[in-house]
Design a protein around this ligand. Structure first.
Ligand SMILES: C[S@@+](CC[C@H](N)C(=O)[O-])C[C@H]1O[C@@H](n2cnc3c(N)ncnc32)[C@H](O)[C@@H]1O
Length: 317
């Protein structure tokens, strides 16, 4: 296995890249067959001299950890033939430097020979850099779109259906936009690592009059730090219920190894088609308990009944 890895890591001579001796052996042990050393350098996982230090070894492990969740989803699609033979399509929202997309392409899409990855990012300079890097590496089935997540939902550059949606630390409500995108594109799977979320916390702060505020449970958000954390927690719970109510089976786990980030909750949703009514009911109940119906029902897919218009008698003539 190690010998196979030694022969197949590409992009540069592995020996030259590793710098020889035991450093070489250590590096080759970490690499997957066919993995591009040039990409790892561009992503600063390998140093320019091709070395793997303690920090970059941890970074590589983190990337593999995330890959281990996404790869089976992609393989299931191919196995079920539900990609129609065109190969899987994946949209990565709030792509940043697109390291997730690049690693997925390098470890999976490259050898597969078909399928397409779309990186969606609002910062034009990052989009330009990703386009240039994909071209340099010959990653021809990657596209980068300078759009917001919300804009991308109706964008003509994207196909009507996308198989897998990822959003890794997409800021604030961009995760919710990614879920809306996934629902619209009939995604088979969504992999979400939410970022900071301020909207619910702001609503909690304002909701002085809500029922719970008069109970000991108000302690849950009395201190500003707790308000923020509870806001994030409620948001992610609502997101999971929204996905379950929309026909997805949801798993919540930890993105182990992401110590540099406080936000390491990983939500994996797979489409089953079974829309859970109980999830919709609980979603609605939680929104009501926390006084969030008016501000957030639409975001989480609840259709509010229109308030009946007050009947006004016409003035006497
Ligand atoms: C914290 S970075 C994460 C980048 C990358 N996903 C990662 O994990 O390394 C968030 C990225 O999302 C982008 N972003 C924020 N809001 C966005 C939106 N509504 N639509 C698209 N991109 C967005 C930001 O410009 C930034 O590059």
């Amino acid at each position: 296995m190690k010998a196979a890895r030694r022969q197949s890591a590409t992009g540069h001579s592995a020996k030259a890249a590793a710098g020889g001796g035991s450093a070489e052996a250590a590096l080759l042990d970490e690499l997957r067959p066919g993995q591009s050393l040039e990409l790892l350098k561009e992503l600063h996982i390998l140093t320019r001299e091709g070395r793997l230090n303690q920090d970059s070894r941890r970074k590589l492990k983190q990337v593999y950890h995330l890959f281990q969740f996404i790869e089976p989803l992609l393989s299931d699609l191919a196995g079920a033939g539900s990609d129609g033979g065109r190969g899987p399509t994946l949209a990565d929202h709030g792509a940043g430097k697109s390291y997730l997309g690049f690693i997925l392409y390098d470890l999976y899409f490259k050898a597969l020979g078909h399928g397409h990855i779309y990186g969606i990012e609002t910062r034009a300079e990052l989009v330009d850099k990703s386009r240039a890097l994909a071209e340099r590496l010959g990653f021809g089935r990657m596209s980068f779109l300078n759009l917001s997540v919300a804009e991308s939902t109706g964008a003509s550059e994207l196909p009507a259906q996308i198989d897998v949606v990822t959003a890794l630390h997409a800021c604030d409500t961009a995760t919710d936009d990614a879920i809306a995108f996934g629902l619209q594109k009939r995604a088979k799977a969504m992999v979400l690592v939410p970022c900071c979320q301020a909207e619910v916390a702001a609503c909690l702060r304002q909701g002085k009059a809500l029922q719970l505020a008069r109970t000991p449970l108000a302690e849950l958000w009395r201190h500003p730090l707790h308000t923020r954390e509870l806001g994030s927690q409620i948001t992610n719970v609502l997101r999971c219920l929204h996905l379950e109510a929309s026909g997805y089976q949801v798993t919540v786990t930890e993105l182990v190894g992401w110590e540099h980030s406080m936000k390491n909750e990983l939500i994996i949703a797979r489409y089953t088609g079974q829309k859970k009514r109980s999830a919709a009911q609980r979603l609605e109940a939680i929104l009501a308990e926390f006084g969030l119906v008016d501000s957030l029902a639409g975001r989480f897919g609840l259709v509010l009944e229109a308030t009946p218009a007050t009947h006004v008698e016409p003035p006497p003539v």
